[in-house]
Design a protein around this ligand. Structure first.
Ligand SMILES: [Zn+2]
Ligand SMILES: [Zn+2]
Length: 103
């Protein structure tokens, strides 16, 4: 049995919790956080042309949509996920494009 904790707020989730999965691996989220998140579709990736779903806190998304820089609206977001959000390019596709020095 695996004990999951919410990726957003870090609380431990019950064993029978309905776990959500995101593109980059299991990203369990608790119900209150899920209600406060919004799933967006990214731009198509330049390399593989696939769009990705990102589930992000509503509050931060609102700040971004209201004009904040991604780095200010999502201060804890890993840079790869930030790129995915902005450009739609997957971390593995950056490497294949030979652009991973950008990190
Ligand atoms: Zn949570
Ligand atoms: Zn891709």
């Amino acid at each position: 049995m695996i004990q999951y904790s919410c990726f957003n707020c870090g609380i431990d989730l019950p064993e029978d919790h309905d776990v959500r999965f995101l593109k980059d691996g299991p990203q369990p989220i608790c119900t209150p956080c899920r209600l406060n998140t919004h799933t967006i579709l990214t731009n198509p990736c330049l390399h593989c042309e696939a769009q990705s779903e990102l589930t992000l806190p509503r509050k931060n998304l609102d700040e971004w949509w209201n004009g904040k820089y991604v780095s200010d609206a999502f201060p804890d977001m890993p840079v790869e996920q930030r790129e995915l959000l902005i450009t739609g390019i997957h971390p593995e596709c950056w490497k294949e494009l030979g652009l991973d020095e950008a990190f």
